[in-house]
Design a protein around this ligand. Structure first.
Ligand SMILES: NC(=O)c1ccc[n+]([C@@H]2O[C@H](COP(=O)([O-])OP(=O)(O)OC[C@H]3O[C@@H](n4cnc5c(N)ncnc54)[C@H](O)[C@@H]3O)[C@@H](O)[C@H]2O)c1
Length: 328
């Protein structure tokens, strides 16, 4: 990296779960962070690192003014709506925010002369993949408006990169879980939908029971298998991605996972072990659109970015989340 002054990073959606963990790591490593968030699905409590500007990305002129003033070296774009079933019920809401407001951000960046972009994409772009572990080259066949919105942004970014308008890394996260091991940050969703969080909140008594959707999948125990990645390893991947972008200026698409999976039953068993609470579980039918197995091929991120996970153990992922849940 060429600069002597600190590298400046804008983190959109930095009041949210993943963005706040990335902001913390950035600040701890000496980067200057500006968080842009409209606090629509989270509160400002997770913004403990970096300065917060409360702004909706639909306000392109204001976004442009902020970017022009701060002059970031990189924009990391986490802001989005993220609840897959809700995207099926309210597609316009999802396309408007996840695609429309990303376009406004990209346009503001272009006008402010900022070219480096890191995008929060998702394994949802693959839909129901044919090859497991799924490689980055697999066809994109999303099956929800949420996944479609991420695939659309990836297409826009690819075209912009081809035309020299942007340098970007698109990181396709698999199932993000865990919490800051120092206990300062954790998932702060208003609508907790992810399995690990639901299981632990059920153990806490926030829900009467945990539902398992589908026990007749073609997997060893009949339940779906997912590649759970600890949010701190994902945060580290963002720092590596940023260093790569600043050094090489090349655009890339990378899976972010561990290349291994756990079934729903394995997660539930681990949640009971970690909490010591035998909460109630109900087996119900499949949910439409759940792929039986979703595991990332991770050779690329390991080879190109030197990604080397530290929190791969499912027990650690659950213990860190449980510690956070007990505090909050
Ligand atoms: N959590 C996962 O497992 C997962 C998996 C794959 C991809 N992702 C992606 O990672 C990103 C972050 O996810 P998260 O789990 O931290 O979600 P989150 O809901 O905790 O964070 C998103 C943040 O974006 C903000 N936001 C939304 N729309 C905005 C707008 N128009 N203007 C300004 N701020 C806005 C929200 O207020 C929130 O603080 C999202 O893009 C999501 O699609 C998450």
């Amino acid at each position: 990296m060429k600069k002597n002054s600190p590298i400046k990073v804008v983190v959109t959606g930095g009041a949210g779960y993943i963005g706040s963990h990335v902001a913390k790591l950035l600040v701890k490593r000496g980067y200057e962070v500006l968080v842009i968030d409209n606090l629509s699905t989270t509160s400002g409590e997770n913004v403990r690192y970096g300065k917060l500007i409360v702004l909706d990305l639909s306000e392109e002129e204001k976004g442009w003014e902020v970017l022009k003033g701060f002059k970031p070296d990189v924009v990391m774009h986490f802001a989005a709506f993220i609840v897959v079933p809700e995207s099926v019920e309210k597609p316009l809401k999802y396309y408007y925010n996840n695609v429309g407001n990303t376009l406004r951000l990209l346009s503001a960046m272009k006008r402010a002369g900022i070219k480096n972009f890191i995008f929060s994409s998702s394994a949802a772009v693959y839909g129901i993949p044919e090859i497991i572990p799924v490689p980055e080259e697999a066809p994109l066949k999303p099956i929800s408006p949420y996944g479609e919105s991420k695939a659309m942004v990836e297409k826009i970014l690819a075209d912009m990169a081809k035309a020299g308008e942007i340098n970007y890394l698109s990181l396709r996260y698999f199932n993000v879980a865990g919490a800051d091991p120092e206990g300062e940050l954790g998932p702060n969703y208003q609508q907790p939908t992810h399995l690990i969080l639901r299981a632990l909140k059920t153990a806490k008594g926030e829900f009467p029971y945990l539902e398992i959707y589908g026990t007749d999948y073609p997997t060893p125990d009949g339940t779906c298998i997912r590649d759970y990645i600890h949010v701190m390893d994902l945060a580290e991947a963002h720092l590596l991605a940023m260093e790569y972008l600043l050094d090489k200026g090349e655009s890339l698409v990378l899976n972010c996972g561990y290349g291994r999976g756990y079934s729903v039953r394995e997660v539930v068993a681990m949640a009971k072990k970690v909490t010591g609470i035998d909460f109630e579980v109900k087996e119900v039918g499949r949910r439409p659109g759940d792929p039986p197995v979703l595991i990332a091929q991770v050779e690329k991120i390991k080879k190109i970015l030197g990604f080397s996970p530290r929190y791969e153990d499912l027990e650690i992922i659950l213990k860190d989340t449980w510690a956070w849940e007990q505090k909050n």
